[in-house]
Design a protein around this ligand. Sequence first.
Ligand code: A2P
Length: 339
Amino acid sequence: MLKKKDNYIVAIVGATGAVGNEMIETLDQRDFPVEKLRLFASERSLGKTLPFRGSEIPVETIDENSFKGIDIALFSAGGDRSKKWAPVAAKSGCVVVDNSSAWRMDPEVPLVVPEVNPEDIKKHKGIIANPNCSTIQMVVVLKPIHDAAKIKRVVVTTFQSVSGTGKKAMDELVEQTKDILNFKEPRCEVYPHQIAFNVLPHIDEFLESGYTREEMKMVNETKKIMGDDSIKITATTVRVPVFRCHSESLNIETEKKISPNETRAALAAAPGIVVFDAPDKNVYPLPVDVAGKDDTYVGRVREDDSVECGINLWIVADNLRKGAALNAVQIAEKLVEGA
Ligand code: A2P
């Protein structure tokens, strides 16, 4: 359990990565009460320093004693590192907010989006899981619609940016774009196919069912966060050559009829959502506009008249912020509030 203090010793594990960097920035921007920030990464990063609030902080490697004295540790260094080190950190008395998929479906570990199920934070036993980036922005939008009209079924298709894979994937998109524009053969290392000028209907590993792990994360994590197993969900997850922000097309079937206007009103009144919907003026959410923003943007709200009670909409959120670093820092803020 976190003890009440004026300021906290905070660690970021995976500090040199795309999400880790965003975590450092988010702690600063939100004036998180940090007494001391400790940064961890792999041996490759030893000797590096990263700036935080006017000082340069050295990057350390992790060992059994690293977490002693740390109050809160934000992990984003991949599932294997989380599996190994999150229990060590929790045992040392610090509360872990883990961005990997390692602990998300563990019944002992709360899976939290503060706008949806903040009450679950209290149930933690040292580890709190941050959901998958595509799931976070979807449940922020599903929650007010579920409260207003009870959701029966969701069909989601995602358009996910390369920063969701990490820094190497962002570099690969730059390099492939340069190569192709210079009539050179692009090199494919991160993805099985060229991502520049392309669209890959493949995120994470394929399962025997034909779905990918990413698709099943969206299905299973949504039920856990919403605390409702009766919601039916089916997902197709797609990687697109965009650097930041995931976009999603949602088809939502509800028990009670809800009009597009009522949907917009419910969404506008909910926390963390901006309704950005004026198609007559070409106004709808776009990754280039939403990059760097905290809220989840919703547009193209319209009735699905192929079913009795159906709504279609389009959502965009910054996967590095709300989809990862911001959600983790918001969980840490709730922890501090409740300490
Ligand atoms: P490093 O930069 O030293 O490799 P991304 O998802 O953007 O690729 O970032 C992954 C993050 O996880 C990086 O900060 C990376 O550090 C870190 N990482 C990778 N392997 C380890 C490890 N064995 N111990 C600690 N951090 C690690």
